[in-house]
Structures are given as C-alpha cells and as structure tokens.
Design a binder for this molecule. Structure first.
Ligand code: SF4
Ligand code: SF4
Length: 103
C-alpha cells in the first residue's frame, strides 16, 4: 500500500527542464496539509474491523493498517469525510478542528 511521500519542489531553471504532462509521479506531494482542514477523521479502533473499505474510497490514499484497525496520515488528509461516510461500522467520526491547534 503506497502512502503519499513528501518531495522537495525544485523550480526548473530553463523552459526545456519543465516536464511534459504531470509535474510529479503520482503519490508525491510537495507540501503537507497547510492547516486548512476544518474537520478531521478519528478512527475508533474498537469498532473498526479492518475491512479497508475506507482505504479504497479515500481520494488521498492516506489510510493505512495499524494492528487490526486502520489509522490516518494527517499530514496529507484533506478532511473530506468520505471515510466516515462509507464506513459500514461507523468507526470513523469527523471531529471539528480548532484553527491552528495542530493535527
Ligand atoms: S471502513 Fe470502517 S471498519 Fe472498515 S477499515 Fe475503515 S474504519 Fe475500519
Ligand atoms: S477525510 Fe478524506 S482524505 Fe482524510 S482519510 Fe478520510 S477520506 Fe481520506
């Protein structure tokens, strides 16, 4: 399972150095979540069965196995809430996040 990786952005020096097509290989991001998320998903590990359906639906690919349950990489989660909506066990709650109070 591939999670996003942070990669340094190097500005091309010349027009011929600009890539044709996508700027980076899929799965590489140049910045972490810039704290614009208003809600964050929290997994209740006692309810989670580890079915991994939320991983399949997450548009960012930031859900990963943690023991028998799953956890979330908050460095890249955008707080869309899809994981909470699709979880058949209602094991993910979206928690309102106060601005600049960390991840
Ligand atoms: S969909 Fe729900 S029960 Fe399944 S792995 Fe995700 S959080 Fe756990
Ligand atoms: S809130 Fe969205 S981006 Fe974050 S883990 Fe859930 S589905 Fe993925």
């Amino acid at each position: 399972m591939n999670r996003p990786k942070l990669r340094e952005y190097v500005k091309p020096k010349h027009i011929k150095d600009y890539p044709v097509g996508p700027c980076y290989t899929a799965g590489h991001l140049v910045t972490e979540n810039a704290d614009w998320r208003t809600e964050k998903p929290v997994v209740e590990s006692t309810k989670c069965t580890g079915c991994f359906y939320c991983y399949l639906c997450c548009p960012e690919g930031v859900i990963y196995k943690e023991g028998k349950a799953v956890d979330i990489d908050y460095a890249f989660c955008k707080g869309c809430g899809i994981c909470a909506r699709v979880c058949p066990k209602k094991a993910v709650k979206m928690i309102r996040k106060e601005k600049n109070h960390g991840r």
